[in-house]
Design a binder for this molecule. Structure first.
Ligand SMILES: [Mg+2]
Length: 101
């Protein structure tokens, strides 16, 4: 897959610190797009920023040696917790928005 070819080369070319900073910037851009969506109902930039964040998150996994199995385990646990909250509801009766921590 092109992802596993290009991303290591990006990390090599730009460096771990720069790619980490770029990740922060892309997260801010996604935050801005989500804010625009909530305030103005506009989704024009949402897909692009979601993809940018996805690409940067994959680089972060590579840079900081996030184990794929550990990631899958954590994902599974978080999804199980979210599923439980959806089914049972929180103690305060609020609808859960995410798996949270
Ligand atoms: Mg961007």
């Amino acid at each position: 897959m092109i992802l596993y070819d290009v991303l290591p080369r990006a990390i090599c070319k730009y460096g771990k610190e720069k790619q980490t900073i770029q990740t922060i910037e892309e997260l801010a851009e996604l935050q801005k797009e989500l804010t625009k969506l909530l305030i103005h109902g506009k989704t024009e930039g949402l897909l692009e920023e979601l993809v940018d964040v996805y690409i940067m998150c994959r680089q972060i996994e590579m840079i900081y040696d996030i184990d794929e199995g550990d990631f899958e385990d954590m994902l599974f646990e978080k999804l199980k917790r979210l599923d439980k909250r959806i089914k049972e509801g929180d103690a305060d009766g609020k609808i859960p928005l995410s798996a949270g921590s």
